[in-house]
Design a protein around this ligand. Structure first.
Ligand SMILES: Nc1ncnc2c1ncn2[C@@H]1O[C@H](COP(=O)(O)OP(=O)(O)OP(=O)(O)O)[C@@H](O)[C@H]1O
Ligand SMILES: [Mg+2]
Length: 336
């Protein structure tokens, strides 16, 4: 297990990590998510000793890292780092030299075989003689993973492995990650919700240099609060039965609860969704539609709880007129 315990770090006098506690286990994919500048890369760079905490400590498989030369050598062998931008990592001219660099440095035997297997693991078999500079962005990303694999680390840390890759690259990143975790611990940072959902066993949110969530599933409500991109293009607007009906076009309008249905009736609104209102509203929003859900006030908490389980872009507009205003409004309607 990799453990960061109460880790503090600052660039200059600006604190970027503020007492971070982070754990990642072997056989699991731990996904680190958070808004731009939250501290993901900074935290990841600590996990193989590329950065040293100002305060706190790093414990890897029970060993407390002392940042001596020998500890760092041990740590870098144990934990490999794959940079977000492969150009920050790739140093050799040819693919073979690039993957062989680590194993040769460590005096490993069978370098040729190691290179072959590492390239095979990322689907780059036969690329040995290619110049790194001639690889596509996606291929470079895979090459960077192959280099990390070549020294047979126990953990692999990958900073945004799917940034800038196409559908095929995405699938291959998922496949590689799934395969690697059988033997290793994988830690990834990502803004890619699809990737997180496809590979993640543990999810950790970081915000403002602090860990704000750790769990086996994604809490979408909290994720949204942390500026994590969680939604597709649709939108679910939730209003209370006694609230203002917002302007604008909605593809679907639903009402949940007796009071909400009555309100819709009073307003002369035709409901597009007649039953299973909450589930269908969420589904329509996930499909990319703009959905208005009028909700009886006492059901708001249920709605909040349910939508927190889905990657739907949701807006709550819950101010109410207050009882009196509602009465006046409804009685004036009743005059007709
Ligand atoms: N070398 C550096 N010198 C000074 N400030 C830095 C340095 N690297 C990062 N920072 C700052 O530290 C904060 C955290 O940066 P970090 O790269 O860890 O964020 P991140 O969560 O990885 O963001 P992103 O999603 O954009 O990759 C940011 O405000 C950033 O500007
Ligand atoms: Mg980053």
């Amino acid at each position: 297990m990799i453990e960061a315990v109460n880790v503090w770090f600052s660039y200059g006098d600006r604190d970027v990590l503020k007492g971070v506690n982070f754990r990642a286990k072997k056989g699991e994919v731990t996904v680190l998510m958070g808004r731009n500048g939250a501290g993901k890369t900074t935290l990841l760079l600590h996990l193989n000793g590329l950065l040293k905490p100002k305060k706190g400590e790093l414990i890897v498989d029970g060993k407390r890292i002392r940042y001596t030369k020998s500890d760092l050598k041990w740590l870098r062998r144990k934990v490999a780092f794959v940079f977000q931008n492969p150009d920050d990592q790739i140093i050799a001219p040819s693919v073979y030299q690039e993957v062989a660099f680590g194993p040769v440095n460590l005096g490993m035997e069978n370098v040729e075989e190691v290179v072959k297997n590492s390239l095979k693991a990322v689907g780059l078999e036969g690329y040995e003689n290619r110049l790194c500079s001639t690889l596509s962005g996606g291929e470079k990303k895979r090459l960077a993973i192959a280099s990390a694999l070549a020294t047979n680390p126990d953990y692999i840390v990958m900073d945004e492995p799917t940034a800038g890759v196409d559908a095929k690259g995405f699938n291959s990143a998922v496949e590689i990650t799934e395969k690697l975790k059988e033997e290793k611990g994988i830690i990834v940072s990502t803004h890619d919700l699809d990737f997180a959902r496809a590979v993640g066993d543990k999810f950790v949110f970081i915000d403002g240099g602090k860990i704000v969530y750790e769990g086996d599933s994604i809490d979408y409500e909290l994720a949204r609060k942390c500026g994590i991109r969680t939604f597709f293009s649709g939108e679910l607007v939730v209003i209370s039965h006694d609230g203002d009906i917002p302007e604008g076009d909605f593809d679907f309008i639903a009402a949940m609860g007796v009071k909400a249905k009555k309100r819709a009736e009073r307003e002369g609104i035709n409901l597009d969704i007649a039953s299973a209102s909450l589930e269908r509203s969420i589904l329509r929003a996930l499909e990319g539609h703009r959905v208005l859900l009028i909700c009886s006030a006492e059901m708001v908490e249920v709605v909040k709880r349910e939508v927190s389980k889905f990657p739907v872009n949701v807006k709550f507009s819950l101010e109410s007129y207050g009882e009196k205003a509602v009465e006046v409004r409804s009685s004036s309607k009743n005059l007709f």
